[in-house]
Write a protein that binds this ligand. Structure first.
Ligand code: GAR
Length: 194
């Protein structure tokens, strides 16, 4: 499976996917890493590994159509068959979502439909989970549609919230679950698609 990973920052989920491919537990090849952020740490990781990278900044394009067209050309150029969002904090253009219907997934650090939507990312999610007094949070993998954190849920994995958790300790525990869960779910999806 030719995979593109989209990320905006650190890219630890991208590294977990790479590690699973290296270990032989995920049958895929990351052919492209895409970011909206030229300074994303994940892009540097990709470069070190000799993986092609592309940066798409919406404000560098005159229209949404041109932006989507350029992105689709790049995906075609690299023969991308499946897209995994891994900490990508921008909307995917509708034309790309249509072209990759049921072939774009996202990971979210909570049990959707709770604690999702615009502005609910990274530490904001964990702050909101603690503020709501939740005893359990988790990880959700879902298909991507045109609304943030809204597409059909593929799989969820629970993570306990401890009484003395801070957003940082909860983020750490959730991230550890993400690193294990995302490659496992992708492996299952790819077995079904191939
Ligand atoms: C991850 O926790 C991911 O679930 C979250 O951003 C983090 C990215 O970390 N995504 C969202 O909040 C999406 N709404 P990473 O760059 O180290 O993989």
């Amino acid at each position: 499976m030719n995979l593109a990973v989209y990320l905006s920052g650190r890219g630890s989920n991208f590294e977990a996917i790479l590690a699973a491919i290296d270990a032989g537990s995920l049958n895929a090849k990351i052919v492209l890493v895409v970011s909206n952020n030229p300074d994303a740490q994940g892009l540097r990781t990709a470069e070190r590994r000799g993986i092609a990278t592309a940066v798409f900044e919406r404000d560098k394009f005159a229209s949404g159509e041109e932006f989507a067209g350029a992105m689709l050309n790049k995906l075609n150029e690299h023969k991308v068959e499946f897209i995994a969002l891994a900490g990508y904090m921008r909307k995917i253009p509708p034309a790309v979502i249509r072209a990759y219907s049921k072939r774009i997934v996202n990971i979210h650090p909570a049990l959707l439909p709770k604690f999702g939507g615009k502005g609910m990312y990274g530490h904001f999610v964990h702050e909101a989970v603690i503020a709501a007094g939740e005893k359990e949070t988790g990880v959700t993998i879902h298909y991507v549609d045109e609304i943030y954190d809204h597409g059909v849920i593929i799989a969820q994995c629970p993570v306990p919230v401890m009484p003395d958790d801070t957003p940082e300790t909860l983020a750490q525990r959730t991230l550890a679950a993400e690193h294990k869960f995302y490659p496992e779910v992708l492996a299952k999806l790819f077995r079904r698609l191939k």
